[in-house]
Design a protein around this ligand. Sequence first.
Ligand SMILES: [Zn+2]
Length: 242
Amino acid sequence: MRVYVGRAVLDLFIPRLCVVCGRSLSLREDHICLDCLADLPRTYYSKLSRNRMADRLNGLIQRDLEEPEPYSYATALFYYRASTGYRDITKDLKYRGNIASGRFFSEMLASEMADSELFSDIDTVIPVPLHWTRRWSRGYNQAEVIGEVLARRFGASLRPDVLCRHRRTKTQTRLSIEGKVSNVVGAFRLRRCADLTGASHILLVDDVFTTGATLCSCQKTLRGAVGPKVRISVATLACVGD
Ligand SMILES: [Zn+2]
């Protein structure tokens, strides 16, 4: 009760707004109003070993490979639709520093994944890195915010020290799919001291899955460092499509 009284007083001075529709939140709502939460376009991919996101990712991973790769599991909390307010969930985290809201939605993703046997044995969580200049100007890496929540839920180790983005890639928005793939090929490297001994199920984490080009590039870099038996899965808050 005391929490609600404190919150009511605070809300008078700094109204808390729904990240999706901008309406003032009631005392019992956090970050998103109940109406927007009810309509959140969830993917429910966490329980599906094969889904459209995973198919898209695996299609890219398998391209030009002689030996088939084990199929990577992939999941996202919700569909990213540019025409709706739901896009602001990831935009608020990425551009407006709304880390608390990012953590809130990451917890929802974590709950869904923890319920799925596809992901229950994750032992290592690796966020997709930003180029250091972008990390420095933004002050944080949004993928690491999500990865931290997931790692805690799975009791896995969070390893932002494994990959680095050694080339600043162009903004992907205006590129074709082929352009996006070639834009990020070779953009990631393993850090020299990165040690993945003991990892058996790695989860790569990013904020939005668009074509899968970035995550595919990270997957290939990691595969070069771990044996074929190590599973590499992918999770994002949002997935473009549908
Ligand atoms: Zn709302």
